[in-house]
Design a protein around this ligand. Structure first.
Ligand SMILES: [Zn+2]
Ligand SMILES: [Zn+2]
Length: 978
């Protein structure tokens, strides 16, 4: 069947009867995925690109920019990335919303791209080099960067190909890579502009240093783990004014003895009585200096030192500890960095230079012991920071980095970046928020983080990334920051300038994406249609783990730079119009079926591609959607996917049933239009009850689904679509409408034609309703329904069903629902009774119904439906009896409902002796069970000790047993005597 499909650009007609017998997702999904991309179906150019700036009046232009757009940026996956279940969930959520908004007539744009992912990509290529016996240092910077590009060209962005296969309705024409030329221009402009505004500076700073990745990493990229280690107590000799040992020692404690080589002081509390006599004295730092002779360091006084901790004397190592760094600043102490970028002791470490930090640690401890300076070694558990990427132990290390001063105002009276970013999220005086978070709790998290935000370290010591556009002058030592590569120092004119080797933090470029993907900073009048049309974007769907890394940075940078872009009519842009997105939806986590977090070490990772291969994309998407709601993690269970695969199958079979009937109708000359299924069927009070009812159910479901999607209740939307199709359309409507689909010679053509018209209309509308959730299946069936000549190139471009508020229609619907309620009540009642009586499936039974309401009329009119669906007798199939007038049939077996009583006549041949034996045995068993339960419930000791739910359960069990016992006893009594 695959070969009848669209191949190589030629379109072959799909006929209704061409729908293969079995639903095979692989065959249809590959085909449509390729079609959507090839036909550029989801490309969204800016409106009237040429004229939007020049020829439009200001108000027209602003109307357009404010118009009904729906813009959403795909959080760019790492270019090294592979699709995992988390992607699958958030992409499903984004695709559902985008397809839904698009079908609702919005100018919908979902914009894809990949991130160059500094550390991850560099590590990947470095590993490749190592396997070839090379290092990046041997290659040199330029060749290495070229090598990364080569890797990217060959293997990069595989994740986007996976997205294509999964049918993500993104605009592939706009695909970007964060290192693209135009995005790099934006990064450079942002850096230069912030520098000009005095908001970028260089400073010495204690950073978390990864000796493996050889770069600074942010606090958020450090994972802390408890680790067993030691606390070493070391004796520092006190010396006199001549530098001679006094014989006295000051003992300090440390978990990292190797850092003592960088000590510049020992601090004690000024009021610590143990050390009053040492104020102003100096110490000899053991093992330091070229021949381990020992440098002199002062004893300093600082109130920050805790007298109760350890010995109350603290070694001060400003270059290797953040607290010591602050202490050193306060006391104007030098910082001595004793470690190089790879975690080896450098020349400052004297005799230990060249040793790895842990080798040096062992050597130093041994040397101290030998000199009698090791006072004690204690076991100690501490929290050790590891690099999130490579798991190497992070080394706090002093280094020179570049920073953005996020709390600094660029000019008096102007807000800082962080202030702006708080303002657009916090509610204003009227309680309005420019940016809203779903779930709302993340607003608090965000705001509290922004309250305490520190300057943002934006430099990374990598080769792969946007190199910082700053040049150092060898003559005047000043820095030139420039938009265009300079040839000479801007300060002294010297040509001896070299570019900064650091690159920018990846989040600096991805933080700019909302402005840069729409053309910032090159927003000339001819060039700004995209920006006007799509900025601010509507929604961001992302994970909570990058709330700060990315979401916060986009808000800061977006507000900062978009704020300078005038509105389309030339007026200044308000802060509310400067935001990068209006809503942030934080999606949940996908866990395994036991609610455990998926992890490679646990081996419980579900590969979405594997599951898709097995069940089809549509079933996997529907599984995720049916469980996705704000703030609720998803326990992914394949059994559910299997269920939704069955759902897809049911839809497929319903389509084949419909197509078969369309063909039969056409064969007997009934006109079935092939281009107007979306038209409403003509309905009136004389329309069949099932038509009014299913149209009403459809209308309600449509209303519910639209409301649910507004609130990100994917689960409610998916479940109500499922329930509508399975529980209402298939279980009831199809069964009833079949009675009118009679194309035999003597049948009424008009009745059959009308039935088919409503059936087709409802099914077509259902396909559109389902389409955002199951795009492949619905596309395939929709094209087939329209004989391969659908009104649009894709169901995704058709109109989404919307709720009808037409009053006369709603009143028709109401009457349909009421009648159908009664019919369903009767049929369900009869079916339940049949089951109780153990009647054979096929047996046609006599039934009597008594009703207190106006139901008899409904039953009379729809007698055939009840007769067929409940399998009851004809012609006297239903007797209508008013139980108010006629009294109850006390002597008969009754199934009493709210409005109706049902009597089902059924005679079964019973083997009386066998039945008596069975019931007697059962009664004995039940009596025993009841006695046991009563004994236990009468036991005070048990009741005092047992948990409440156990007692509850027991009581319930007792009541149930009593009920069964009574039933069995009366059944025994009712048996005819022998
Ligand atoms: Zn690392
Ligand atoms: Zn200079």
């Amino acid at each position: 069947m695959v070969f009848r499909r669209l191949l190589g650009g030629s379109t072959k007609k799909i006929m209704p009867h061409d729908l293969p017998k079995a639903y095979d997702p692989t065959a249809i999904e590959d085909h449509w995925a390729e079609y959507w991309v090839r036909e550029k179906l989801f490309a969204q150019p800016a409106p009237d690109t040429a004229s939007s700036a020049g020829n439009l009046s200001a108000s027209e232009a602003s109307l357009r920019s404010a118009g009904e757009t729906f813009t959403i940026l795909l959080p760019p996956p790492n270019v090294t990335g592979r699709l995992h279940m988390g992607h699958m969930l958030n992409q499903t959520e984004m695709d559902i919303l985008t397809r839904w908004r698009r079908m609702m007539g919005r100018r919908a744009l979902w914009l894809p791209g990949t991130d160059h992912a500094g550390i991850a990509t560099q590590m990947m290529v470095e590993r490749q080099l190592i396997s070839e016996g090379k290092t990046r240092q041997q290659l040199g910077r330029e060749a290495f960067v070229e090598r990364v590009w080569e890797w990217k060209r060959h293997y990069g962005g595989a994740i986007l190909d996976q997205m294509k296969r999964l049918g993500a309705s993104v605009d592939w024409q706009r695909e970007y890579f964060t290192m693209d030329e135009h995005l790099s221009v934006a990064v450079r402009e942002a850096f230069v502009r912030l520098h000009e505004q005095g908001l970028i500076y260089r400073g010495a700073y204690i950073v978390n240093w990864c000796p493996r990745c050889q770069t600074a990493i942010s606090d958020l990229e450090v994972v802390h783990e408890e680790q067993k280690g030691h606390l070493w107590e070391i004796r520092y000799p006190v010396i006199d004014a001549d530098g001679k040992d006094t014989g006295e020692f000051l003992t300090v404690a440390t978990t990292r003895p190797e850092t003592m080589l960088g000590d510049v002081a020992v601090a004690v509390h000024p009021e610590d009585e143990r050390y009053l006599h040492l104020h102003g004295k100096k110490l000899r730092l053991p093992l330091s200096g070229p021949d381990k002779a020992g440098r002199e360091i002062p004893i300093i006084l600082d109130e920050w030192v805790s007298r109760d901790f350890g010995t109350g004397a603290v070694k001060v190592t400003p270059a290797h500890d953040p607290n010591d760094f602050a202490l050193g600043e306060r006391h104007h102490l030098p910082s001595i960095n004793v470690m190089d970028a790879t975690g080896h002791i450098n020349a400052e470490g004297g005799a230990y230079a060249g040793l790895d930090r842990y080798v040096a640690r062992k050597r130093i401890v041994a040397d101290l012991e030998e000199q009698g300076l090791l006072a004690a070694v204690k076991d100690y558990t501490n929290n050790v920071g590891h690099c999130d990427r490579c798991k190497t132990v992070v080394e706090p290390r002093l280094s020179t980095q570049w920073f953005v001063a996020v709390n600094k105002s660029p000019k008096d009276g102007l807000p800082s970046m962080a202030e702006m970013a708080r303002k657009v999220v916090a509610p204003d005086a009227d309680g309005k928020k420019a940016i809203t978070f779903t779930p709302e709790m993340y607003e608090k998290t965000y705001l509290s983080w922004m309250e305490n935000i520190h300057d943002w370290c934006i430099s990374r010591q990598l080769w792969w990334g946007h190199r910082i556009p700053a040049w150092h002058c060898a003559d005047c030592h000043k820095i030139t920051v420039a938009r265009v590569d300079p040839t000479a120092c801007a300060h002294c004119g010297s040509e001896k300038i070299t570019q900064e080797t650091d690159v920018l933090d990846t989040w600096f470029s991805s933080g700019l994406l909302p402005v840069s993907v729409f053309g910032w900073p090159n927003l000339t009048p001819e060039n700004r249609a995209d920006f006007d049309a799509f900025y601010p974007t509507s929604l961001l769907v992302t994970g909570f783990d990058i709330l700060f890394f990315w979401v916060a940075r986009m808000i800061m940078l977006g507000c900062w730079f978009a704020g300078d872009v005038p509105m389309p009519d030339g007026s200044p842009r308000s802060l509310a119009d400067s935001i990068p997105f209006k809503e942030v939806y934080i999606h949940a986590l996908v866990r395994d079926a036991n609610r455990e977090k998926m992890s490679k070490t646990k081996g419980n990772v579900v590969d979405p591609i594997e599951i898709v291969k097995q069940y089809g994309t549509d079933a996997v998407r529907f599984t995720l959607a049916s469980m996705a709601s704000p703030g609720t993690d998803i326990a992914f269970n394949v059994a559910r996917t299997e269920g939704y695969r069955a759902f897809a199958n049911k839809i497929w079979n319903a389509a084949r049933f419909l197509f078969m009937n369309i063909e039969r109708a056409r064969e007997v000359g009934i006109h079935v239009p092939s281009n107007s299924f979306a038209n409403e069927p003509d309905l009136s009070h004389t329309s069949p009850v099932e038509d009014l009812w299913i149209m009403s159910r459809l209308n309600r479901t449509v209303q519910y689904v639209n409301l649910a999607l507004e609130k990100y209740r994917y689960d409610d939307a998916a479940n109500s679509i499922y329930q509508f199709f399975w529980g209402e359309f298939c279980d009831w409507y199809l069964e009833i409408v079949k009675l009118r689909l009679d194309f035999t010679d003597n049948a009424d053509r008009q009745v059959a034609g009308a039935a088919l018209a409503t059936l087709t209309h409802v099914f077509e509308a259902f396909l559109r309703l389902l389409s955002p959730f199951m795009p492949f299946l619905t596309e395939e069936i929709w094209h087939a329904l329209y004989d391969g000549k659908p009104p649009k190139k894709s169901i995704a471009l058709s109109e989404y069903p919307s709720y009808s508020e037409n009053a006369s229609l709603l009143s028709l619907f109401d009457s349909g629902e009421k009648s159908m309620d009664a019919i369903q009540l009767a049929i369900s009642g009869i079916r339940a009774r049949r089951k109780e009586l153990n009647a054979e499936e096929k047996a046609i039974l006599n039934v009597k119904i008594a009703s207190t309401e106006a139901y008899p009329d409904i039953f009379r009119k729809n007698a055939e439906i009840i007769q067929k669906l409940a399998r009851v007798n004809k012609p006297e199939l239903v007797s209508f009896l008013d139980r108010n007038k006629g009294g109850r049939y006390e002597h008969l077996t009754w199934q009493a409902h709210q409005h109706i009583d049902i009597y089902v006549e059924y005679e079964k041949q019973i083997d009386v002796p066998a039945e008596r034996a069975r019931l007697t045995k059962e009664i004995v068993k039940l009596e025993k069970g009841l006695a046991a339960a009563e004994r236990q419930l009468g036991n005070e000791g048990f009741l005092a000790k047992a948990p409440a739910h156990v007692v509850e359960g027991l009581k319930k069990q007792e009541a149930e047993t009593r009920l069964l016992l009574n039933k069995a006893r009366s059944a025994l009594d009712a048996l005819p005597s022998e």
